[in-house]
Design a protein around this ligand. Structure first.
Ligand code: FRU
Length: 940
């Protein structure tokens, strides 16, 4: 049986693992929680715990029970001690065996209340030798191997009993002594003390000694056997109250109690015990015999704590009899009540401790759970943050990918645009080369095919050839410059020169051209001379290019002013014109090489301005443009003064200046004087047999050449744009149109479509002229209604042949068309058929009106007289009046053949003012009179 202290107050401390749980949080968390829970359940104290073994000879009687409860009560103050209790049931052998068992169970101290004196010496010595402290309680043994003895002074108690008996019997009487176990030390000592004292009373005699063995039952038996002795006795003295009361009970049963007095030892409080028996008058006296339970535990704890103890602890005893029983009983009752209270308190404390422990556990579990929740929360937060971080990283990566994708798309878009622009560039380079080549080849072939050539023709053709050869040269020069620029090989070669004289020199070359075009060309320098470091070859190209552009876009009578000024450390050159100007878009891209804005690509201009910018930037200068549509354009160049901005390689100190004059470079200035006017043909006196030809061509040279070359056979009307061409076509209704496909604004295809879609012009053949020979363009041109297609460079003879054939075909078709139409079998162009249907319908509706004529007809058709005449002439190869007459005759014939109407009726119905005029007119056209015709209509 184990007895243990209350659940002690613990010094539980949590040492929270402060390690970063971030990374291995979950594993750590589980470990940590386990640790917490384990810790909370164990409630471990750091105080050392002890196991106290208690070997009791017997636990059956009240005195021994009181001893055990005294021990337990004391134990409550020593919660680190556990009591291992063994009850031997009055058996010495068993008690020895139990002691050995206790030793085997690992006790730290042994308390023993031995059954007998002698047999225990060895076992206790063995225990003692093992280093296990031994406390003897109540009874002694024959060895010195113990740490402490605790118990009453039994000899003294025996003496006290002797004194009481001597007094009580007044020195005379017979006494029966009832022994405890004779082999136990209290019995022996009590007997000794009694007899020592009774020896003082010779009149008192112990008549009988009975062996009660401390037990009620044994006493009853032995007393019952000695009733005769007891009849003669005056007093029974038992070694304890239990035996005294046992003897009393037997005596009472036998009616002997009246003459007998009873005295015992122990004086235990409580019902059925010594004190109560004294109160009840059963016992005459008893002697308080303390159990020593409390003291035993207290001494044990001191020994275990290493403290010194008193080896022989003799407990006091007092006599209790009728004289003091009241007070003592009251006190002991009170003590019992207090002890009961203490028990209750203790139980309550135990209960509270348990509650506390369970609450503590609950609290720990709650705290642990809270901690788990917090850690899980932290974990969740960590995961959330990690996720967010991962999400942000992903977002950033996505953003980067998106940006890269955008970049790639932008780059690929740029590459695509660059490729497109390059293709356009190549295509236009071909075009640009094609035009001067055409203008070299065409007049050359022209001269070669002619048997005789006039001086004028020779000169004008050679001038054209020369001009275009130079133009080719300039193009190639620009291309080379561009290639050098692209490859970063353009090098500046500057020298210090008078910029005023330099520009004056260039301007002089443009004087003649300005005079011819009535342009106010002025050079306005702010100083008479100005020394500037520049590359003359490059600056020459820039200024000539700007002047050429100004001339190209400035109309007759306009102005071109060149200003030269010094602004701080810079020189400012401005080329200003009041020509056609640029749109904001054109202005923004003026210096872009491949810009393809609203205007068609102009290579010479594009190259020129792009190169100009490159050249000025090489000079560490700036070039800008300011322009307004229909107001004019100003180019501004800023060049730094001095040569501090130039590197040593860029400065040429050789003294050889002006590469142009040395013939090293080709200046575009060589082209300045060669004008279309120089090659314009003189008016041709020969009659134009083939009709009016409208030429729509934006290239001045080709337009001029065609005008000159075809002017022998056609009346030429020449226009440079599709819009102007269309206006002239409506106005003049030409017999034939030649148009370039590539035109600014309305191109050749659109012009053809318009011509073919309009009633007034749908009959006019259109020949498309282009540098491009691609099949798609031909198909497109044919779809637009073009009648023929000629690729540049063209052979003039072939061109003329195509024009002639087209016109001849037209005539053939006209004749067939006229006859087909008059016989109502009409064929050909849908627009033309519609036109003729409308015209014929109008004429037929108005046949009876003698006043109906061309005037009214043209008004009703929505055309001018001239347009009507030309259209009818072109479609039917006859004039309008003849066509009206034909329709009258046709109707008259039908009426004559198919009706019985009179001549007069028919004459009025067909719009003749009188039957006589009808007859004359009919005869003139059919060689028969109406009457003759009525008789035999066939054959006419
Ligand atoms: C109890 C008891 C007591 C007595 C003591 C002596 O067992 O008999 O009554 O005083 O033992 O050891």
């Amino acid at each position: 049986m184990n007895y243990r202290g209350r659940c002690p107050k613990t010094d539980m401390t949590f040492s929270l693992a402060k390690s970063t749980l971030r990374k291995k949080a979950f594993n750590g968390l589980l470990l940590f929680v386990g640790w917490c829970l384990l810790g909370s359940c164990q409630s471990e104290t750091k105080t050392k715990t002890y196991r106290i073994g208690f070997s009791q000879c017997t636990g059956a009687d009240e005195w021994r029970k009181t001893m055990l409860s005294d021990m337990k009560r004391e134990l409550t103050f020593h919660p680190n001690c556990t009591l291992l209790y063994e009850d031997a049931g009055n058996s010495t052998a068993r008690q020895i065996s139990q002691i050995n068992t206790l030793i085997d169970r690992g006790i730290d101290l042994l308390i023993v209340s031995p059954n007998e004196v002698a047999p225990f010496a060895k076992v206790i010595e063995d225990v003692f030798k093992r280093g296990i402290p031994v406390i003897l309680l109540d009874r002694k043994i024959e060895t010195e191997s113990y740490n402490a003895y605790i118990g009453g002074d039994n000899v003294e108690i025996g003496r006290l009993a002797g004194v009481f008996i001597g007094n009580h019997l007044r020195g005379k009487g017979r006494v029966v002594e009832v022994w405890g176990l004779p082999s136990s030390s209290p019995a022996q000592e009590r007997h000794r003390g009694l007899h020592e004292e009774l020896a003082k009373y010779p009149g008192i005699r112990v008549v009988k000694e009975l062996n009660g063995q401390w037990e009620r039952d044994t006493v009853r038996r032995v007393v019952a056997a000695e009733l005769s002795t007891l009849k003669e006795a005056d007093l029974v003295f038992a070694h304890n109250d239990v035996m005294a009361l046992g003897a009393y009970a037997v005596c009472m049963q036998n009616g002997l109690q009246q003459n007998l007095d009873f005295v015992g030892i122990d004086a235990l409080p409580g019902p059925n015990a010594g004190m109560q028996a004294i109160t009840d008058g059963i016992l005459k006296a008893s002697f308080l015999y303390p159990t020593g339970g409390e003291e035993a535990i207290e001494t044990a704890t001191r020994i275990l704590a290493g403290k010194s103890v008193k080896r022989e602890q003799i407990l006091n005893s007092i006599q209790i009899d009728g004289s003091n029983i009241r007070a003592l009983k009251a006190q002991s009752d009170k003590l019992l009540a207090q002890q009961a209270d203490i028990e209750k308190q203790s139980q309550r404390i135990d209960a509270l401790t348990q509650t506390y422990a369970s609450q503590k556990n609950t609290l720990y579990i709650t705290l642990a759970s809270l901690l788990v929740v917090m850690l899980l929360g932290a974990w969740a937060l960590y995961l959330f943050r990690s996720k967010q971080a991962a999400y942000r990283t992903l977002e950033n990566q996505n953003e980067e990918i998106r940006q890269q994708k955008d970049k790639i798309e932008a780059v690929s878009q740029q590459a695509r645009l660059a490729t497109e622009e390059k293709l356009r560039f190549y295509s236009y380079i071909s075009h640009e080369f094609n035009t001067p080549l055409s203008l070299i080849l065409t007049p050359t072939e022209d001269l070669l095919t002619k048997k005789t050539v006039s001086t004028h023709d020779l000169k004008s053709n050679l001038a054209l050839i020369q001009k275009n050869a130079y133009r080719l040269l300039r193009l190639i020069d620009q291309m080379l410059d561009l290639r050098k620029t692209d490859a970063g090989k353009q090098r500046l070669r500057t020298s210090e020169q008078d910029l005023v004289a330099f520009i004056e020199d260039i301007v002089v070359d443009f004087r003649r051209k300005a005079e011819k075009q009535r342009i106010d060309l002025q050079f306005i320098p702010s100083k008479p001379s100005l020394l500037v470091w520049f590359d003359d070859e490059k600056l020459d190209k820039v200024i000539v290019n700007l002047l050429s552009n100004a001339f190209k876009y400035t109309p007759r009578g306009g102005l071109i002013h060149i200003r030269l000024d010094v602004q701080d450390t810079q020189v400012c050159i401005q080329v200003e014109d009041n020509g056609e100007g640029m749109t904001p878009d054109e202005q923004a891209h003026a210096f872009d090489l491949f810009f393809s804005g609203t205007r068609p690509f102009n290579l010479s201009k594009g190259l020129g301005l792009a190169l100009s910018m490159e050249f000025i930037q090489l000079h560490q200068g700036e070039i800008t443009v300011q322009s307004e549509k229909n107001k004019g354009t100003t180019f501004t160049i800023l060049l730094p003064l001095g040569n501090a901005h130039l590197s040593e390689e860029e400065i040429d100190r050789s003294g050889f200046r002006n590469a142009l004059k040395e013939g090293i470079a080709i200046s575009p200035r060589f082209l300045v004087d060669i004008d279309e006017e120089d090659v314009a043909a003189p008016p041709d006196p020969i009659k134009k047999q083939l009709g009016t030809l409208l030429v729509v061509e934006d290239n001045d040279d080709i337009r001029t050449f065609l005008t000159t070359r075809l002017g022998h056979e056609f009346d030429i009307i020449a226009e440079s744009t599709g819009e102007k061409g269309w206006e002239r076509a409506i106005d003049v209704i030409p017999d034939l149109i030649i148009s370039d496909i590539m035109l600014p604004g309305m191109d050749g295809m659109q012009l053809t479509q318009r011509v073919k879609a309009d009633l007034r012009t749908s009959h006019i053949p259109v020949v498309l002229l282009t540098a491009k020979g691609q099949m798609e363009q031909r198909i497109e041109g044919t779809r637009a209604g073009a009648d023929a297609y000629i690729t540049k460079p063209f052979n003039t003879t072939y061109l003329l042949e195509v024009l002639r054939t087209t016109l001849a075909n037209r005539e053939k078709w006209q004749r067939r068309y006229a006859s087909d139409f008059l016989s109502q079998a009409g064929a050909g162009n849908r627009q033309d058929k519609k036109f003729l249907n409308e015209l014929t319908g109008l004429i037929e509706q108005n046949l009876t009106d003698p006043d109906f004529g061309v005037e009214k007809l043209s008004r009703d058709m929505g055309l001018s007289r001239v347009q009507l005449y030309r259209k009818v002439q072109a479609l039917l190869d006859m004039n309008v009046i003849d066509y009206v007459a034909e329709i009258r005759l046709k109707k008259a014939r039908r009426l004559l053949a198919e009706s019985t109407k009179t001549m007069a009726e028919i004459a009025y119905e067909t719009g003749f003012s009188s039957p006589a005029y009808f007859t004359t007119f009919f005869k003139q056209h059919t060689q028969k009179t109406p009457s003759e015709y009525r008789k035999s209509p066939a054959g006419v």
